[in-house]
Design a protein around this ligand. Structure first.
Ligand code: ADP
Ligand code: ZN
Ligand code: ZN
Length: 751
């Protein structure tokens, strides 16, 4: 086999410049030894100065006249830098998930936008004792909600300095409010320079918990393995409140003692004020938080702080994984089962697998700790097979009884003449709780499926002309497409049959809100869904309003079931548990079980016992039954048997080849060709499905088709992907793609 003789090399590693490649010739003696991702020394510029570069692509043919191409010196030697690791991780992602090297690099390298150094600001109480309390009561009297929130927080944490960014982002207090409170002499805003000593940030008020024997066992095992040079992946399966976060904190302590740094991934939606404060209290300004409200400049700045050793811990969503610490010792992924850990853009990496690869690449290696109350089938399966070390935490440490969970059969409700969206049992409990002044949460699975409009006479469903999904009805008779935003007026007559029985089919969040107001006019209701959380900070604002008991009922989508603790919620109603069961995706049962378990976990967090009512047309389904029993293991056994039967991940692997085209015919033609190319490889046991139109066949007038390939052997799937890529490259070079684009998705999480 002939090895490629040319290498495209990047010299300046910064996000903006990754597209600038230089081509070099590989010396004869090194053919086959220079790989994508390798660091090499090259002669650069007029003076041919020696520079370090990274190989991004290998090419068989030169792009320009071969005589003008310089030869590279060789592989560069010496210590591995954080940069080398990023590049190697990108090369792994490119290969493992199928993407261009450039796309992979852009994922792992932060956007470079230098900005003025960020100063750390803190807010503290300036008024003393009684005066402070008086100011708090005044804010309540004057209904100054933001002031009330911050003053309450400062009073609850007497003598403490609270991080400024956390107050503006998580408590939704504006900079203006803070400024005016500062001017009025109520609070003090300080900057980091005054407090170089890291200890000053922590107040000592935080008393470390004595870990339970189960918790301590985890910390000891991981530390012992670490000291013995063993790097493993650990899965902590523990119900909410069983002390996982406390274990993470103790583990990070251990790593810091060993001069290592920690990356903590928490889904954005669960990055709540309370959780973040626990880390700040313990680690002070050695910790930094990354979230989507930061500007690219601020993110870059954090990366720089990590690189230079200013911080030891980063907490953030998926992308925090790419924090360039000099010496990462542990990577923690909380709520490991969340689908947000899988990237929706190419490379479609999963944070769990990528973390494990990164842990392998970093100098000295790192431990990976996964935590969840409802582990993904994938992680639990690996743990069962001994690939991950499994720990179980079975007790709630804060006391609090587990809620009583029951189902309401909607078929029976209809039979007995109840046409309301609330079952009789749920109505009864609502009356009871509202009467007692306790809070309730009403949860509906999915917005897209709810609230669609159809004709009761002929069954015609109103769909978006561009996206092939049903339109949802909003107030004022507007029909809206939630993919592309297309909007039209709701007609009064059916365009198909002329009937006037055109109505929304099932309740969405707005209808539930209306219904609650109708049935319980005295109840204060707030709604949380994609519409009410569009503006910055609105998500946190709604949650803190509900936590402060500014409302009795919170109505919402899956957003409301994650993260937050509401001690006064004693009733959770799940209005249509089936919606997610009907999704056309092999994860449907798993998602349903996770959502129901999380939702149920919202009830009875305080000392009052809670009730959960799961309404369903199919209450006998095993994912619903297992959620009622709060029986993860039982669910796992049923579900893994189903995956095994149909050869779905995690038993087997699945690659989705996604094709996008301007016409359906083009997409179908290319799909068939790609399938033929893969089939020619005669890989035994590979199962091909499609090409077929995706569940959402058209978005913005682009058609979407998919081919699925199921195969036990992941590496072989990667080879099939490589073959497709090569074939596509050939067609591209001949200018024959007709605007068709192809992406790969391994072990897809959605759709
Ligand atoms: P999880 O992350 O599993 O939801 P947390 O770590 O948040 O659990 O713990 C739940 C609650 O129990 C928290 O209020 C925490 O402070 C408390 N807690 C955790 N570990 C202990 C312990 N060893 N002793 C006493 N309280 C604990
Ligand atoms: Zn009709
Ligand atoms: Zn649309």
């Amino acid at each position: 086999m002939a090895f490629p003789e040319y290498a495209n090399i990047i010299i300046d590693i910064s996000h903006e410049k990754v597209d600038r490649l230089f081509q070099y010739r590989i010396p004869k003696t090194m053919l086959g030894k220079v790989e994508v991702g390798a660091s090499v020394d090259v002669p650069f510029g007029r003076g041919n100065t020696r520079r370090k570069g990274y190989v991004i692509e290998l090419c068989e043919e030169p792009d320009i006249d071969a005589s003008r191409i310089k030869e590279l010196f060789g592989l560069s030697e010496g210590m591995e830098s954080a940069e080398d690791i990023s590049i190697r991780l990108a090369a792994w992602m490119k290969r493992y998930y199928g993407s261009t090297m450039i796309a992979a690099l852009k994922t792992v390298i932060p956007v470079c936008k230098k900005q003025n150094r960020q100063v750390h600001k803190f807010v503290s109480m300036r008024l003393a004792g009684d005066e402070a309390t008086a100011a708090y009561h005044e804010s309540i009297r004057k209904k100054q909600k933001a002031r009330e929130r911050i003053l309450k927080e400062l009073l609850d944490n007497e003598g403490e300095r609270l991080p400024y960014e956390l107050i503006t982002s998580k408590l939704s207090v504006t900079a203006q409010t803070l400024k005016s409170m500062e001017n009025a002499g109520i609070i003090r805003i300080e900057q980091e320079e005054y407090f170089r000593n890291p200890v000053a940030a922590t107040t000592g008020r935080y008393s470390d918990k004595v870990l339970s024997p189960e918790q301590q066992n985890i910390v000891d095992t991981v530390s012992r393995d670490f000291d013995a040079g063993k790097r493993d992946t650990y899965l902590i399966h523990g119900i909410t409140g069983s002390g996982k976060t406390e274990v993470y904190i103790a583990l990070i302590d251990e790593m810091i003692k060993r001069g290592r740094q920690a990356i903590v991934l928490i889904p954005e939606i669960a990055l709540t004020y309370q959780t973040l404060m626990r880390f700040y209290r313990h680690f002070g300004e050695r910790v930094s938080v990354m979230n989507s409200s930061l500007s690219p400049g601020e993110k870059y700045d954090q990366m720089e702080r990590a690189k230079s050793g200013d911080i030891d811990i980063i907490i953030g969503p998926r992308s925090a994984l790419f924090t360039p610490f000099p010496n990462t010792g542990i990577i923690i992924i909380d709520e490991e089962h969340e689908s947000t850990y899988k990237s929706e853009n190419s490379p479609r990496y999963h944070a769990r697998e990528t973390a494990i690869e990164l842990a392998r690449l970093v100098p000295g290696g790192a431990a990976v700790v996964l935590g969840s109350a409802t582990p993904s089938l994938e992680a639990y399966y690996r743990a069962q097979r001994g690939e991950y070390h499994l720990f179980e935490l079975n007790r709630r440490l804060t006391g609090g009884t587990l809620p009583t969970v029951e189902t309401a059969d909607l078929r029976q409700e209809l039979k007995s003449g109840n046409r309301s969206i609330f079952s009789r049992r749920l109505q009864e409990l609502m009356e009871d709780r509202l009467g007692k002044g306790e809070q309730a949460m009403l949860f509906i699975n999915r917005r897209g499926l709810a609230g669609f409009i159809s004709c009761r006479s002929c069954g015609h469903v109103f769909k978006c002309p561009h996206c092939d999904v049903s339109l949802s009805e909003h107030r004022g008779g507007r029909l809206i497409c939630h993919y592309c935003g297309h909007e039209e007026r709701r007609p009064s007559l059916c365009p198909e049959c002329g009937s006037k029985y055109v109505s929304s089919f099932r309740a969405g969040t707005e209808q539930i809100e209306d219904e609650v107001r109708k049935m319980w006019p005295a109840a204060r209701v707030i709604r949380m869904d994609a519409d009410t959380t569009r503006t910055k900070g609105s998500y946190d604002r709604i949650l803190s309003a509900f936590a402060n008991k500014e409302a009795d009922v919170l109505v919402g989508t899956q957003m409301i079931v994650k993260g937050h603790d509401f001690p006064d919620v004693t009733l959770v109603g799940i209005l249509a548990a089936d919606m997610s069961l009907y999704a056309s995706d092999f994860h449907a049962s798993e998602r349903t079980f996770q959502l129901l378990t999380q939702a149920a976990g919202r009830a009875g967090r305080g000392d009052k016992p809670g009730n959960v009512v799961i309404q369903s047309y199919q209450p006998e389904h095993y994912s619903i039954q297992a959620a009622v029993r709060q029986d993860y293991k039982g669910f796992y056994e049923e579900e893994i048997a189903y995956r095994d039967l149909l050869r779905y991940p995690p038993i087997s692997h699945m690659m989705c080849v996604q094709i996008q085209s301007r016409t359906e015919e083009d997409g179908m033609e290319y799909g068939n060709r790609l399938r033929a190319v893969m089939e020619q490889q005669r890989v035994r046991e590979a199962v091909f499905i499609g090409p077929a139109l995706a569940p959402i066949a058209r978005i913005n007038d682009i058609f979407r088709l998919a081919i699925y390939v199921k195969l036990d052997d992941y590496d072989m799937l990667v080879r099939l992907k490589d073959i497709c890529e090569k074939y596509i490259k050939q067609l591209e070079d001949m200018g024959k793609m007709r605007g068709v684009t192809v992406q790969f998705d391994f072990d897809p999480m959605r759709g």
